[in-house]
Design a protein around this ligand. Structure first.
Ligand SMILES: NC(=O)c1ccc[n+]([C@@H]2O[C@H](COP(=O)([O-])OP(=O)(O)OC[C@H]3O[C@@H](n4cnc5c(N)ncnc54)[C@H](O)[C@@H]3O)[C@@H](O)[C@H]2O)c1
Ligand SMILES: [Zn+2]
Ligand SMILES: [Zn+2]
Length: 342
C-alpha cells in the first residue's frame, strides 16, 4: 500500500507499507477515505510539535469505511462510514478508569505518537469508530476538529443567556464557536486577524466581534457588548501565552476561563485582584470524549452544524506534498483542508 510519511521535519516521502493483517478481536479494518489537515500536522511538519516523533505517517482527522471486523465487534459493520476518535487510551490508568479517556495518562494520538491515516487501509480498535452513514466522508473527517471545540465548551459549561467570549478564530476557535452558539450563550469573538473576524461574521453567523489591538480597547468593547458584565465564560483558542495571561480580565465575576489553545511557554498573571476578587475558575481542555463524537454526528445529520463554510481546501494524496505548506497559513483563507485518499 501507498502511504505518506514524514521522515523528519520538513521532509515528506511516499512509502510502500505492508497490507494490514485481518482484524483481530475487537478490531476493524478500514479504508481511509478523507483526512483533514490541521495545525498539529503542520507543527509536526515544521518540527515544532513536542509530542511528534519521526518517522511518522500523519493523519488524525479521519473519514473511513469499514472493510472487515474481527470477533466481538458489534458497534460497526462492513460498509459503515465512520468518523474516527484518534485518541488511543490505555483503559487502565486513573483518568481512563474515571471515564476521562481524553486525557489518559498513556494516551497516544493517531498520526502524532503512532502512525495515522495518510495511508490506504489500516487496523483500528472498533470502539474508536463512530458510525456516521448519513455524513459525507469529508464531514466524517471534520468531526474530530469539532470535537475539540465541543469538549472545550463543555468544560466552560455555559448556559443560555450567559456571555461567552472566544479568543482566537482559527479552526479550533471556530469549533468552539459552533458549540457556544448551540449553548444559547451570547457569543463574542476576538482575534487580531480582521480577515478571520470577517469570516466569523459572514460565515459563522456571529455578529459580535472584537479586533484585538492590544491597546485596551478590547475590554471597553467587551464591556459595551455585555452591559458591563463581561463574559461568564472565556475560551482561549489562540495558543498564545500572552493572550492566555490576559484572558482572565475578560471574565466577569464567578467566571470560567478555558484554555483550549496550547502553549509550552509560561502563562503568568497576578492572582489578585482579578482572579481572586471575581473568584474565577480556570480549566484546561484536552482532546474530546466519545459522546462528543456521537453528538456531533447527530448535529451534522440534523443540519444544526453547517459544515459548508468549514471545508475550504482540497487535495488528492499525490498533490499533498506540494500543497501542504499552504494548508496552515491563514493568508490562504484556509479553515480546513481535506485530503481525498480515493
Ligand atoms: N485542546 C486540544 O486538545 C487542542 C487540539 C488541537 C489544537 N489545539 C490548540 O488550539 C490552538 C489553536 O489552534 P488553531 O489551529 O485554531 O490555530 P490558529 O493559529 O489557526 O488560530 C489561532 C488564532 O488565534 C489568533 N491569535 C493569536 N494571538 C492572539 C492574541 N494575542 N489575541 C487574539 N487573537 C490571537 C490568531 O490570529 C489566529 O486566528 C493551538 O494552540 C493548538 O495547538 C488544542
Ligand atoms: Zn487536528
Ligand atoms: Zn489510560
Amino acid at each position: 500500500m501507498k502511504a505518506l510519511q514524514l521522515e523528519k521535519p520538513q521532509q515528506f516521502r511516499f512509502i510502500e507499507t505492508p497490507e494490514p493483517a485481518a482484524p483481530g478481536h475487537s478490531e476493524a479494518l478500514v479504508r481511509v477515505q478523507r483526512v483533514g489537515i490541521c495545525g498539529t500536522d503542520y507543527s509536526g511538519f515544521l518540527g515544532k510539535m513536542p509530542f511528534f516523533s519521526y518517522p511518522r505517517i500523519p493523519g488524525h482527522e479521519l473519514g473511513v469505511e469499514v472493510l472487515a471486523v474481527g470477533d466481538g465487534v458489534t458497534n460497526v459493520r462492513p460498509g459503515d462510514r465512520c468518523s474516527v476518535e484518534p485518541y488511543m487510551n490505555c483503559g487502565e490508568c486513573f483518568a481512563c478508569r474515571k471515564g476521562s479517556t481524553n486525557c489518559c495518562e498513556n494516551l497516544k494520538v493517531l498520526g502524532v505518537m503512532m502512525d495515522g491515516g495518510l495511508t490506504e487501509r489500516m487496523l483500528l480498535p472498533a470502539r474508536k469508530l463512530h458510525p456516521a452513514n448519513k455524513l459525507s466522508p469529508e464531514q466524517c473527517a471534520l468531526v474530530e476538529t469539532l470535537a475539540i471545540g465541543c469538549h472545550a465548551v463543555n468544560r466552560g459549561n455555559p448556559v443560555a443567556g450567559e456571555n461567552l467570549l472566544v479568543i482566537g478564530a482559527g479552526p479550533i476557535g471556530l469549533s468552539v464557536i459552533e458549540f457556544a452558539k448551540l449553548s444559547g450563550a451570547k457569543t463574542i469573538v476576538m482575534d487580531l486577524n480582521k480577515q478571520r473576524l470577517k469570516f466569523v461574521r459572514t460565515k459563522m453567523g456571529v455578529p459580535d466581534t472584537i479586533c484585538s489591538r492590544g491597546d485596551g480597547g478590547e475590554l471597553v468593547a467587551l464591556k459595551e457588548m455585555t452591559g458591563g458584565a463581561l463574559a461568564q465564560v472565556v475560551v482561549d483558542a489562540t495558543g498564545s501565552n500572552k493572550s492566555m495571561a490576559e484572558a482572565m480580565k475578560y471574565c466577569g465575576f464567578t467566571g470560567r476561563l478555558v484554555y483550549v489553545g496550547i502553549t509550552q511557554a509560561e502563562v503568568t498573571f497576578p492572582h489578585a485582584p482579578v482572579m481572586h476578587r471575581r473568584e474565577l475558575t480556570l480549566f484546561a481542555s484536552r482532546n474530546a470524549l466519545p459522546p462528543d463524537f456521537t453528538r456531533i454526528i447527530k448535529l451534522i445529520e440534523d443540519g444544526r452544524i453547517d459544515t459548508r463554510p468549514w471545508i475550504t481546501h482540497h487535495a488528492v494524496l499525490d498533490e499533498l506534498i506540494a500543497k501542504f505548506p499552504t494548508f496552515a497559513k491563514p493568508e490562504t483563507g484556509v479553515i480546513k483542508a481535506i485530503v481525498d485518499m480515493e
